[in-house]
Design a protein around this ligand. Structure first.
Ligand SMILES: [Zn+2]
Length: 355
């Protein structure tokens, strides 16, 4: 039986820290305890490192699932960053069987079209059927780039369609023709808004962060959706975090384009590093890439957690001399001498990445 022992790390189980060793046997975690002395096929000394439940990226774009313009080979941009579960944010093709072919565990929000300020849901219906249980919801692109969109009417139609089928709605908002507050007001608890720190029209800070407060009241999930150099304005982000308006989830929105904008280093660990550089605490950051996205997807206890008997999905991270100096689309800078770097990724009890 293949076994892996990770020793001496500071362990994040999705909810809290402890100093324990972890033993995996085949695809599962067989023991979490201080000072495990059993022999394993591979022993990793994680002294000074953070041993986390495998990270969950709630907003990505996968090749053969997303459009050809955005899709990227998903294992290649997740595993080196500690991500063991990823969510397609706009499936236009493929089906649930394709997701199960990746080393990264997957789920998908399926795309929908808007024409003349009306939701056209024939393709959406077909895709939801093709994805089965892995199709967690419907993605709506709320952006002036979609010229057919004028009001919240299509969003109301999509909400009615998705909620009647027990599915969630994920809204991309940036340069939206409506305010973020109107979007949040239309959604129901469990739905998700992504790119919340965008710098386009109608930002999260409008009317004293009214959209944020309303989302909290209604149980709507607020996702940072950083998106490389676009969709996140560092000055909006910095002010919001300073004032305590933290995201529920942190995600990459990684695509064929964004993956290469940060010198090939763009991934979920860089998003975590950015959040830490603007003052978000480590526990809040880790919760936002493990248990929070898992809960948002209805996967609590399965993804983003470490427990005996559970699947061995583990990310060993180092907060180290992984500095950066980044500029957003509006020209705002952010720099840090340190950042998170993934040292080891285990998926289903297999080492799938080692620095
Ligand atoms: Zn996206």
């Amino acid at each position: 039986m293949a076994s892996i022992l990770i020793k001496n790390g500071r362990v994040w189980d999705g909810e809290r820290f402890s100093c324990v060793d972890i033993l995996t046997v085949e695809e599962n975690i067989s023991s979490i305890a201080p000072h495990i002395s059993e022999k394993a096929d591979f022993t990793y000394d994680a002294s000074g490192m953070l041993v986390s439940a495998g990270l969950v990226d709630i907003h990505t774009h996968m090749r053969q699932v997303s459009s050809d313009e955005y899709g990227i080979p998903i294992d290649a941009v997740c595993l080196p960053f500690g991500v063991t579960a990823a969510v397609e944010a706009s499936a236009e093709k493929g089906d649930g069987r394709l997701l199960s072919a990746f080393a990264v565990k997957g789920a998908a929000f399926v795309a929908c079209r808007i024409e003349h300020d009306t939701a056209v849901l024939d393709m959406t219906e077909r895709l939801l059927h093709a994805y089965g249980d892995a199709g967690v919801g419907v993605k709506v692109f709320f952006d002036r780039a979609c010229k057919e969109l004028k009001s919240t009417k299509p969003l109301r139609e999509i909400c009615a369609f998705a909620h009647a089928r027990g599915k969630k709605v994920l809204v991309h908002c940036n340069h939206s023709p409506t305010t973020m507050e109107e979007i949040v007001d239309t959604l129901q608890g469990g739905d998700i808004v992504t790119h919340i720190y965008h710098g386009g029209e109608h930002t999260i800070a409008d009317h004293g962060y009214a959209a944020y407060d309303l989302a909290k009241q209604k149980g709507i999930v607020l996702d940072a959706g950083m998106a490389g150099h676009v969709h996140t304005d560092f000055s909006v982000l910095r002010s919001a975090i300073k004032a305590g308006y933290l995201p529920d989830t942190i995600s990459t929105d990684i695509t064929r384009c964004s993956a290469f904008y940060r010198g090939g280093r763009y991934g979920l660990t860089m998003c975590m590093s950015i959040m830490r550089a603007v003052g978000m605490g480590e526990e809040d950051i880790l919760r936002a890439v493990t248990s929070n996205p898992a809960r948002a997807l209805g996967m609590a206890g399965k993804w983003g957690c470490l427990r005996v008997g559970g699947t061995a999905d583990i990310a060993v991270l180092d907060y180290t001399q992984e500095g950066f100096d980044l500029t957003d689309a509006a020209g705002h800078h952010i720099t840090s001498k340190k950042g998170y770097r993934c040292a080891l990724t285990i998926a289903d009890g297999q080492i799938v990445y080692k620095h």
